[in-house]
Design a protein around this ligand. Structure first.
Ligand code: NAD
Length: 362
């Protein structure tokens, strides 16, 4: 699974960088569907991951995104202890203009043709209604509404996982995991951010919130007694914890120089602009970073529960395990003096390698 860095942008070469198993290009003239499904690794189980609909500037941008997303799903499932592989899909197009029932159902047919090797779910630009259309063509969909037997909104479960991850970080750093008296800046008050703010305020943490949606920001701040701040100033706050719960790549050279926190722990995917460079910068600056795919696994656990037939109680129990998962990552990072993201990758890769051995031993 080791990565080779190269400037060669040919398709097969890009697939080799993270050793992707399979990539399917889906094209349908009648519906205008142009999609890519990437299956990174199925050692642990079927590849589960969302379908993102985005107006990518180039086809190569779409390919790179789906390769990156599917690989991170492999790692997320592996470190969370789930029997799932990693996969993702992207549909090239503007979800506000180009999305139709026919396009989504055509996409569903492509998913069906993979016979369960890939299970799809929602992501940026797709929603539960879209999953219902895809479900009309294939059973290999997760994240359906509760009203039709699905696991429902993953937001509260994802928030619970982030909350447990924050506590795991506190325990490692201070020897106890209490949030009382701690200050935390939550960037993004959406599906996950709002529930996280609620959990933090329930434990009397001092919470600052930012959002580019001013109405939402005001509503959430008022409802939970948090302090609203201007979204550009979130990186300058003198807080214990920064919780990125909006978009990815908010942790980069510029922001690391501004951050004063001791811990970064939030739900956003792909938080580090560059895994190697910024993981190392955080290690050197002494900021404890909870790797995104470990701390935000609650959403995946929620979807897995739908496939495995778990009830809510079991789903929450698995989500609570994020506390220990984060602590294990931090321990390895400390023991080997490596960035926390590298430590997480090592743990995930070891589980996959160990299970691969069992699979080939008889
Ligand atoms: P969401 O779209 O509901 O909320 C995101 C919020 O961030 C919005 O309110 C948006 O206005 C705000 N925002 C965007 N740019 C911002 C900026 N620069 N500064 C401040 N606020 C900004 O999304 P969500 O479902 O809450 O997910 C948040 C993040 O967590 C995403 O990166 C997502 O991929 C990740 N995630 C979500 C889940 C889940 O179950 N929803 C699970 C795992 C990971």
């Amino acid at each position: 699974m080791s990565a080779q860095t190269t400037n060669d942008t040919s398709v097969f070469n890009q697939l080799n960088i993270f050793a992707h198993q399979k990539v399917v290009f889906c094209n349908d003239v009648a519906t205008g569907l142009k999609a890519i499904i990437a299956i990174h690794d199925t050692t642990l189980g079927p590849a589960l991951g969302g379908t993102r609909m985005w107006p990518y500037k180039t086809e190569n941008d779409a390919l790179q995104d789906v390769l990156r997303l599917s690989r991170s799903m492999t790692y997320k499932a592996a470190i969370t202890g789930l029997n799932l592989g990693g996969g993702s899909a992207v549909i090239i197009g503007d979800s506000r203009k180009d999305k139709t029932e026919a396009l989504l159902r055509m996409f569903g047919k492509f998913v069906k043709n993979l016979n369960g090797e890939y299970i799809t779910a929602e992501d940026v630009g797709t929603n539960t209604r879209d999953m219902e259309y895809i479900r009309m063509e294939t059973e290999h969909v997760s994240g359906l509404p509760e009203s039709i037997g699905g696991s429902g909104d993953p937001g509260p479960v994802a928030a619970r996982g982030v909350f447990m991850g924050i506590k795991g970080c506190l325990k490692e750093l201070y020897g106890n995991d209490t949030l009382t008296g701690k200050s935390i800046a939550v960037q993004g008050t959406g599906q996950v951010g709002e529930h996280l703010v609620r959990l933090l305020r329930d434990e009397n943490a001092k919470v600052y919130v930012s959002d580019i949606d001013e109405d939402r920001l005001r509503q959430v701040a008022k409802k939970y007694g948090a302090e609203a701040v201007e979204h550009n100033s979130i990186f300058d706050l003198d807080v214990d914890i920064y919780a990125p719960c909006a978009l990815g790549a908010t942790i980069n050279t510029q922001t690391i120089n501004r951050l004063k926190c001791a811990i970064i722990a939030g739900s956003a995917n792909s938080q580090l602009e560059d895994e190697q460079v910024h993981g190392k910068m955080l290690l050197e600056k002494g900021i404890l970073y909870a790797p995104d795919y470990v701390i935000n696994a609650g959403g995946l656990i929620n979807m897995y529960s739908e496939i495995a037939g778990f009830n809510k109680k079991r789903t929450l129990q698995l989500t609570e395990n994020i506390y220990d998962a984060i602590r294990n990552v931090l321990k390895l990072s400390k023991a080997e003096n490596i960035s926390t993201i590298l430590a997480a990758n090592k743990i995930a890769e070891k589980r996959i390698a160990d299970i691969k051995k069992i699979k080939t031993s008889y």
